[in-house]
Design a protein around this ligand. Structure first.
Ligand code: HEC
Length: 158
């Protein structure tokens, strides 16, 4: 009797989790979908209240504003930074560097997927200057300096 109850409880849980999944298209990480996310999350989540920060250290981009989506913001401390000491951004975190290039905003982007970052750069119209399919080969070494804050450099430089 008791076993039967537990079994039907389990079945209900399994069935309801199956129906929940139905119809949800898993997020495909590619240049198009990530650029769409960049636009959808525009205008909020700015680091240091949206101050224009000058490129620091060996930055290749010049002046920029930094913003993060809701998922990324959840792990920030009261200073708006990723706490030092091994914390990492959760999957689906989006970090957008809005590069203040003359005449247009360009974007350098990190998107957390499968516990690692996807890397891309876009022109304002969405054209990929640096495609996600390059796997960050030109980005990661520069971003891997000590202290490593999940490969994000702004928190130490600004
Ligand atoms: C020559 C070194 C260097 C290279 C190469 C580089 N970056 Fe960065 N990046 C930086 C530095 C330094 C910062 C910190 C902010 C600043 O002052 O510009 C930064 C900041 C960023 C940020 C904001 C988050 C953070 O880490 O602070 C993003 C997003 C980003 N870079 C993306 C990229 C992408 C994508 C590439 C490869 C196409 C790339 N970067 C290549 C040095 C580099």
């Amino acid at each position: 009797m008791r076993n039967g109850f537990i079994l039907s409880l389990l079945l209900t849980i399994i069935l309801s989790s199956c129906t929940k999944d139905k119809g949800q298209v898993p997020f495909q990480v590619n240049d198009r979908s990530v650029f769409d996310l960049v636009l959808q999350t525009a205008g909020s989540g700015y680091y240091q209240s949206g101050a224009v920060l000058p490129g620091a250290g060996n930055s290749p981009h010049g002046s920029f504003k930094l913003r993060m989506n809701n998922v990324a913001q959840r792990i920030l401390n009261s200073a708006g930074e990723l706490p030092a000491g091994g914390a990492v951004f959760p999957d689906s975190s989006l970090i957008v560097k809005e590069i203040q290039s003359p005449g247009e905003i360009q974007y350098a982007v990190m998107y957390k997927n499968g516990r690692s970052w996807a890397w891309a750069e876009f022109r304002g119209d969405g054209k990929a200057i640096y495609t996600i399919t390059a796997n960050g080969a030109s980005c990661i070494s520069c971003h891997s300096v000590t202290p490593n804050r999940d490969l994000v450099r702004t928190f130490d430089l600004h």
